[in-house]
Design a binder for this molecule. Structure first.
Ligand SMILES: *[C@@H]1O[C@H](CO)[C@@H](O)[C@H](O)[C@H]1NC(C)=O
Ligand SMILES: *[C@@H]1O[C@H](CO)[C@@H](O)[C@H](O)[C@H]1NC(C)=O
Ligand SMILES: *[C@@H]1O[C@H](CO)[C@@H](O)[C@H](O)[C@H]1NC(C)=O
Ligand SMILES: *[C@@H]1O[C@H](CO)[C@@H](O)[C@H](O)[C@H]1NC(C)=O
Ligand SMILES: *[C@@H]1O[C@H](CO)[C@@H](O)[C@H](O)[C@H]1NC(C)=O
Ligand SMILES: *[C@@H]1O[C@H](CO)[C@@H](O)[C@H](O)[C@H]1NC(C)=O
Ligand SMILES: *[C@@H]1O[C@H](CO)[C@@H](O)[C@H](O)[C@H]1NC(C)=O
Ligand SMILES: *[C@@H]1O[C@H](CO)[C@@H](O)[C@H](O)[C@H]1NC(C)=O
Ligand SMILES: *[C@@H]1O[C@H](CO)[C@@H](O)[C@H](O)[C@H]1NC(C)=O
Ligand SMILES: *[C@@H]1O[C@H](CO)[C@@H](O)[C@H](O)[C@H]1NC(C)=O
Ligand SMILES: *[C@@H]1O[C@H](CO)[C@@H](O)[C@H](O)[C@H]1NC(C)=O
Ligand SMILES: *[C@@H]1O[C@H](CO)[C@@H](O)[C@H](O)[C@H]1NC(C)=O
Length: 753
């Protein structure tokens, strides 16, 4: 741990620090091996070596046949060295769907010539503030363990760590004299904390945040931080941001407090969050209080890197250059006063999303408030599609991280640009005057398309762009771990990787979800996440269709594939995409029928049937797999209630509302939609049926389409659905359905290919 922090200082200030490598605490790696590869617990030896940066050497252990030695300059490098052995020699991997590391051959393959590896950047970063809600809102420590092992092995050394923030914040606000009522009227629900932390929203809908939640998240955070630390990662911890309850103005009438902007149409009771301006001395007092309490809770040297965003989708009170410089100077000074080694991490989304406000002058002034170049780390959040570092002279010299965003709201759908994510970070690193110091993953939801995330983290250990065809081949071989993998499986991925994962259109470089998840309308169905109206930027017939046929063929040639969870996951995922894309055609035919001069109520109903039939096929398909279930999300949420029914209902409402209306009245309706069994049958199908019925009825009555009428009906369906208790609504079922996925996929291919 200390070694990692030592390195950070070394790299950023270019001062040569000779860290005593023998101090590396490698116990966390032995524990990882024990956890994931218990049969080989005695086979791996980890050793510290001297050296700059993060590098490792893997070799056969001298005098110990079958033993493998990993030498490293940092704990993270040892984890990466272990991963290199496990993947390149052992042929196994750990996935979001589970760890398959225990399938390592019982006789460990020898390394032969020692293998060297070096990170090309000091930071390998992971998470977006909102991933903590879109993906991890209800995670147990068991889920965190899988995640952290996945991260550590891939060489991530800088993960964000937001869990439990409210515990510390509440203590700070109480100490400042606010009442518990003042505080609870500020905090948002368990599925919406990220946006409260960002100062986009305040308060909650569906009930106040219970202290039980706050306390349990705090306890979870202690486990998470201990594990991150032992795996060689430096957690990025929160700080005091300036966002405060409204009552702060009454308790401190002279404090400089302004209202932030309105966020996404939320009423001002839920947004326009009060912001204590950082040049007010009270800001520094609260910062000191926050960091002191956080250090007391987690340890003084767990980290010196703080995540702190004041203007994420929330424009400053003033655009005056000296105001902006003053805000950041005050903020940074407060951090350094509380922690003399503090580094400020900023999520750089604002510079893209509010590009008109954030002119280069303003960016330079705001970043300039933090004095030296090593005082901040900027996450260039959407580097694969909308980089900002290149318009800001490499953030005017501040350290920054090349990040892949890719997934909005945890939406599901195939998309990627493997060439861009392997070449652009290397080009950025080598560009003249570059202050790039890392690569990272900043997906809003950690969801699907695992290959695009894998390849970027692997790119962090290669100074030249990874060769894509050979990468894909070995990735597929270890993902579908059977003897004699049929070539059809490789061929399926050759097609996907050269088409769908070679999407060179920068305007569509984000997960491409099905339009059936978006509120029905006759025209202008736009993806709220990407603002795109063109739903599928590739030809389904020459990509998804043959890929699915080839995967099915591979399974017919080697039945062992049916027992490989990642293979079955991919088959379901590709079949999901086929139905999702066919829905677009069916929708267009419905609208053409409705618009035609000879439309009748019957012809509209008839044209609507394929939509419903695709969705019910989709629901059945997804219902066969535990990774595609609404019930998993709701069960995770309810599980935190420990059997208290009213608390369970509260958690369930939070879980349901996030993926549907997102706000009490559909403020960002469908933003975080999902392709999940249960959600399709009980929500999307009723919505589309209501829409089809509406079109049929106005056709019969000769009335004009009125979007307010249909929107009102759909909002009512949403509010009714969000308030349901699992299992009490029609068509809801727990767990996987038990239907035969292979029969379903055959019939989907027969009907929809
Ligand atoms: C606020 O400022 C006013 C006028 O300067 C002063 O009279 C008052 O004492 C101050 N109140 C507090 C709580 O500091
Ligand atoms: C912020 O908004 C609240 C309530 O909407 C209002 O009462 C208050 O005056 C506003 N504060 C400022 C400084 O504008
Ligand atoms: C909320 O912010 C909007 C600007 O985004 C502003 O027009 C409005 O006056 C603010 N409301 C309050 C109560 O501060
Ligand atoms: C934290 O590290 C500093 C030096 O880096 C050391 O002086 C201090 O004692 C450490 N604090 C704790 C609580 O370990
Ligand atoms: C910006 O703020 C400074 C200091 O308050 C002031 O002198 C200056 O006139 C302001 N500039 C503009 C363009 O408002
Ligand atoms: C920041 O603004 C405050 C209040 O207007 C002022 O007292 C202070 O001098 C300013 N600081 C800087 C560095 O401009
Ligand atoms: C930055 O790079 C992106 C992607 O390559 C490009 O679209 C954009 O025009 C560049 N901006 C500037 C100012 O060079
Ligand atoms: C920060 O980096 C920029 C660009 O490399 C350089 O011009 C500037 O002098 C640096 N600032 C400091 C304080 O070192
Ligand atoms: C990706 O697409 C680009 C542009 O269409 C093309 O030049 C390139 O050959 C494609 N790469 C692969 C691996 O198919
Ligand atoms: C794709 O295949 C379907 C079904 O065979 C066919 O109806 C459609 O016209 C094809 N589309 C294209 C673009 O070739
Ligand atoms: C259907 O009609 C609506 C207006 O009623 C129009 O906005 C829309 O573009 C039409 N769509 C098609 C596919 O013809
Ligand atoms: C419920 O919580 C327990 C204890 O943390 C955990 O072991 C179990 O896996 C959880 N179940 C679900 C469905 O999240």
């Amino acid at each position: 741990m200390q070694r990692v922090l030592g390195l950070v200082v070394l790299i950023l200030s270019a001062v040569v620090v000779e860290a005593a490598a023998s101090y590396l605490a490698l116990d966390g790696l032995h524990a990882l091996v024990q956890r994931r590869l218990a049969d080989h617990a005695g086979s791996f030896t980890f050793q510290s070596t001297e050296g700059e940066g993060d590098s490792f050497v893997i070799s056969d252990t001298k005098g110990k046949p079958g033993g493998i030695t990993v030498e490293c300059t940092t704990v993270s490098a040892c984890a990466r060295g272990l991963y290199t052995y496990l993947t390149d020699f052992g042929g196994v991997d750990i996935w979001w769907t589970g760890s398959r590391l225990d399938q390592l051959p019982s006789r460990l393959p020898a390394v032969g010539q020692p293998v060297h590896g070096t990170a090309v950047v000091p930071y390998r970063y992971h998470f977006n503030t909102v991933t903590f809600d879109y993906t991890a809102a209800f995670w147990t420590f068991e889920q965190w363990e899988l995640e952290l092992d996945w991260l550590a092995l891939r060489g991530v050394n800088l993960p964000l760590a937001w869990v439990g923030y409210e515990y510390i914040l509440i203590e700070v606000l109480r100490e400042a004299g606010l009442s518990d009522g003042d505080i609870s009227s500020f905090l948002s629900g368990p599925a919406f904390q990220a946006w409260n932390r960002f100062g986009n929203i305040q308060s909650s809908w569906g009930g106040d945040l219970p202290m039980q939640w706050v306390d349990e998240q705090f306890a979870l955070q202690k486990q998470i931080l201990a594990r991150m630390t032992e795996l060689g990662m430096t957690p990025v911890l929160p700080a005091f941001t300036g966002f405060v309850p409204r009552a702060m103005s009454s308790v401190y009438p002279n404090a400089s407090i302004v209202n932030g902007s309105q966020w996404n149409g939320f009423p001002s009771t839920l947004t326009n969050v009060s912001f204590l301006e950082p040049f007010d001395p009270l800001f520094a007092t609260l910062q000191k209080s926050f960091i002191t309490k956080q250090q007391a809770a987690y340890g003084a040297n767990v980290t010196h890197i703080y995540t702190l965003d004041q203007y994420n989708e929330n424009n400053p009170f003033s655009g005056n250059i000296s105001y902006l410089a003053n805000v950041s100077a005050g903020t940074f000074a407060s951090l350094r006063a509380a922690d003399p080694e503090a580094i400020w991490m900023l999520q750089g989304w604002l510079f893209f999303i509010s590009e008109t406000f954030w002119t280069n002058d303003r960016i330079e002034a705001y970043l300039g408030g933090a004095p030296s170049n090593d005082s901040m780390i900027i996450l260039d959040l959407y580097s694969e599609a909308a980089p900002q570092w290149n318009r800001t002279s490499s953030y005017f010299g501040k350290a920054w991280v090349w990040c892949e965003l890719h997934d909005f709201g945890g939406n599901m759908g195939f998309e990627g640009n493997l060439e861009e994510i392997t070449t652009a970070p290397i080009d950025a690193l080598n560009s003249p005057g570059s202050s790039m110091k890392g690569v990272g993953l900043t997906m809003e939801g950690q969801e699907g398309n695992e290959i695009v995330y894998d390849i970027l983290l692997d790119q962090a250990w290669s100074s030249t762009p990874i060769d894509i065809p050979s990468y894909v081949t070995s990735w597929v071989a270890r993902r579908y771990l059977v003897n004699s993998l049929p070539s059809a499986a490789q061929e399926a991925w050759r097609i996907l990787s050269t088409t769908i994962y070679n999407n060179t259109d920068p305007s569509s470089q984000a997960t491409i979800r099905g339009i059936y998840e978006i509120e029905p309308a006759v025209a202008g169905i736009t993806d709220s996440a990407t603002q795109r109206t063109v739903p599928v930027p590739y030809d389904t017939n020459t990509t998804i269709v043959p890929a699915l046929q080839l995967l099915v063929q591979a399974k017919a040639e080697n039945e062992a594939l049916a027992a490989v969870p990642e293979f079955v996951y991919d088959v379901v995922d590709v079949a999901r995409q086929l139905l999702s894309n066919r829905f677009v055609d069916a929708y267009q035919e419905l609208i053409v029928t409705y618009n035609s001069t000879d439309a009748t109520s019957e012809s509209v109903q008839r044209a609507g049937q394929p939509l419903i039939s695709i969705l019910s096929n989709l629901d059945s398909l997804l219902g066969t797999n535990e990774n595609f279930l609404l019930s998993s999300w709701i069960a995770q949420a309810r599980n935190w209630s420990h059997g208290d029914d009213s608390y369970a209902a509260y958690l369930e409402y939070n879980a349901r509302n996030q993926i549907t209306l997102w706000g009490p009245d559909g403020e960002i309706n469908d933003y975080a939609s999902k392709a999940w069994a249960g959600l399709i049958s009980t929500y999307y199908i009723p919505r589309w049926q209501t829409f089809i019925n509406y079109l049929a009825s106005i056709t019969r009555l000769g009335r004009a389409y009125d979007s307010t009428v249909i929107s009102g009906q759909l909002l009512f369906i949403g509010q009714e659905w969000d308030a349901r208790i699992w299992g009490e609504g029609p068509g809801e079922h727990w767990g996987v359905s038990g239907e035969d996925v292979w029969e379903l996929v055959d019939s989907i291919l027969a009907t929809w290919a």
